[in-house]
Design a protein. Structure first.
Length: 249
């Protein structure tokens, strides 16, 4: 059975000439994405990527900026599709990632094996790093549900949209940090402890869609499907991710 890559190669190869596409994406997929793009570009295409946090992605697309494809958390992407900012029917689930925990390299590793252990680690920490992205939004809700949000708020450190929590942790500005596993697992200067336990976990699906103003919609769609191909499962796992939840490829 032919892989999707082979099928995509045949389909794209039938175009009159190689296409250049622009992509606006959130950093949650960056490490795996940067390995996959050169494979796609072997067919002669060029991919120019702009990285931005979820908050900025939403602002830029809503403000009318045009990129051939946009990749971000699926719930945010669906908002853009529903409002007509991205093409209906063009969504492709690229990858998924859990929320992970990290401390500064060499620091003691807190127990995060259970919900109660996580609660103890949070209340004991002098400072806590969370993002403005999907994991940060979820954690605020989680802390409130756990009844500790008011206690933790004075200790919470939140960098600008799109920044990596690993930077705060590595610098010692956050004693413990929470973000997508894919963003923490290889970050220099930190020790990745592991994902949150199942009872507290939240999986984020990163999805892409084509902009209605795209000059290369076919290539943009092929690129999104290429990223979601099942043959890339091992590469995604290396970077702390899994295949997108509903990808058929």
């Amino acid at each position: 059975m032919k892989t999707f890559l082979a099928a995509a190669t045949m389909a794209i190869g039938g175009m009159a000439q190689a296409a250049d596409i622009t992509v606006l994406a959130t950093p949650g997929i960056k490490e795996a994405y940067n390995e996959l793009v050169p494979r796609f570009e072997k067919e002669g295409h060029k991919v120019k990527t702009t990285w931005a946090g979820t908050v900025d992605v939403m602002k830029r697309v809503r403000a009318g900026e045009v990129f051939d494809a946009v990749i971000c958390a699926s719930n945010s992407l669906d908002e853009l599709i529903d409002s007509g900012k991205l093409m209906a029917g063009s969504r492709s689930d690229v990858a998924s990632s859990k929320v992970g925990v990290a401390v500064k390299a060499g620091a003691p590793k807190p127990d995060i094996s259970t919900a109660e252990a996580v609660k103890k680690a949070l209340t004991a920490a002098k400072s806590i790093g969370i993002s403005t992205g999907p994991s940060g939004v979820y954690l605020n809700q989680l802390f409130e549900k756990m009844g500790i949000l008011a206690e933790l708020k004075p200790k919470m450190r939140t960098p600008p949209s799109g920044a990596n929590i690993g930077e705060l942790v590595a610098k010692g500005e956050a004693e413990i940090g929470f973000q997508q596993v894919s963003e923490l697992i290889h970050y220099p200067g930190v020790t990745f402890i592991g994902p949150l336990p199942a009872e507290l976990q939240k999986v984020t699906v990163f999805s892409g869609a084509v902009h209605p103003g795209s000059q290369e919609p076919d290539t943009a769609q092929a690129f999104l499907k290429f990223l979601a191909a099942r043959e890339h499962a091992a590469l995604l796992q290396k970077h702390g991710m899994e295949l997108g939840s509903t990808s058929p490829y």
